[in-house]
Design a binder for this molecule. Structure first.
Ligand SMILES: [Zn+2]
Length: 266
C-alpha cells in the first residue's frame, strides 16, 4: 500500500508530464473507481474536459490535482495503482485515461480499490483522506510538536499509523522509522524521554526522505513506470538477520503486523 514516500515520488514524477496541460478527453473503463460523482463516468469526463492541470499536490496518502475553473480532482491510491505518463494518446484502457491537448496522456491502471473524486475544492476538503493530520515532512516536526501530535496513551507503532495525528505513515514506514530510532514499537508514547522523542522526530523525516530518494518501495512504480529501490530494514523481513546486529527479526500480529528487532529496539 503506497504511503507518503510513494505519494511524494508520484507527485514529483507526474508533475512535469501533466502540469500546464489541458485535458482533451477522458476515457473511463472502470466506472466504480469514480466515487464523486458516484460511478458517473459521463459526468466525470465532462467535468474534466478542457480543464487545465494547474498543479499536483500530495495530501497524506492521496494526490490532489488542482484544475483550472475551481473543480479539482483527488486520486486516492488505497491498496495501490499505476499512474503512468504516456507520450501518445491512449485509445484503449482497462482503467482511466486523461488525454491531453498536446497528444500525451496520463493513464491510471491496476486500481484495485483506488478512488477518484471530482468536486469543487471546498467539497473535497470534507473527504476523510484530505482531513489527515500533520504532514511529517514539514520542517516544524520538532520534538515538542511531535509530543503534542502523537496520542500519548498509544503504543508507538499504533501512534505512528494514526492518520489523524500524522498523515501518510502506514505499516511499512512505521516499522522502518522505529528500527531507525532504535525504539520498541510496543512502548507507550508517554514513556518516551525527551531525547527519545527528539530522535523519533529526526528518524521520521530521515526515513521518509531516504525512501523518497530511492523512488519509494520496490512494488511501487512512478509516473515513468520505474520501480522504487527502497530496501526495507525490518518490514516483512521476519526471520532474517537485523542489519544492525544480526539478531533475528520478529513479527508480532496484533491486528496489524509489526516487524522489529528485540535486540536493538529498546
Ligand atoms: Zn537489531
Amino acid at each position: 500500500m503506497p504511503e507518503l514516500p510513494e505519494l511524494e515520488v508520484a507527485r514529483k514524477t507526474l508533475k512535469p508530464c501533466v502540469a500546464g496541460k489541458r485535458i482533451a478527453g477522458v476515457l473511463v473503463e472502470r466506472e466504480r473507481s469514480i466515487r464523486t460523482p458516484k460511478e458517473d463516468a459521463r459526468r466525470f469526463a465532462a467535468g474534466l474536459k478542457d480543464k487545465k492541470v494547474e498543479s499536483v499536490e500530495r495530501r497524506g496518502k492521496a494526490l490532489l490535482f488542482k484544475m483550472s475553473g475551481g473543480t479539482d480532482v483527488v486520486f486516492h491510491y488505497k491498496l495501490g495503482a499505476l499512474a503512468v505518463c504516456r507520450d501518445n494518446p491512449v485509445r484503449q484502457t482497462d482503467g482511466v485515461v486523461w488525454n491531453f491537448n498536446d497528444g500525451s496522456a496520463l493513464e491510471f491502471t491496476d486500481m484495485q480499490l483506488s478512488e477518484f473524486h471530482l468536486a469543487p475544492e471546498d467539497e473535497l476538503a470534507a473527504l476523510p483522506v484530505l482531513k489527515g493530520g500533520f504532514d511529517p515532512l514539514s520542517s516544524s516536526l520538532i520534538s515538542w510538536k511531535l509530543k503534542e501530535l502523537l496520542p500519548s496513551r498509544k503504543q508507538l507503532k499504533a501512534a505512528l499509523v494514526d492518520q489523524k495525528a500524522i498523515a501518510g505513515i502506514g505499516n511499512n514506514y512505521s516499522d522502518e522509522i522505529l528500527w531507525n530510532a532504535r525504539l520498541n514499537p510496543f512502548r507507550k508514547v508517554s514513556d518516551l524521554s525527551e531525547k527519545e522523542i527528539s530522535e523519533l522526530a529526526r528518524q521520521i523525516q530521515a526515513t521518509l526522505k531516504e525512501s523518497i530518494k530511492a523512488g519509494g518501495e520496490s512494488e511501487f512504480r512512478d509516473a515513468r513506470g520505474h520501480h522504487g529501490r527502497y530496501q526495507e530494514k525490518v518490514h516483512r523481513r521476519a526471520g532474517e538477520p537485523c542489519p544492525r546486529d544480526g539478531h533475528q527479526i520478529e513479527m508480532v500480529k496484533k491486528g496489524r503486523k509489526t516487524f522489529w528487532c528485540p535486540q536493538c529496539q529498546k
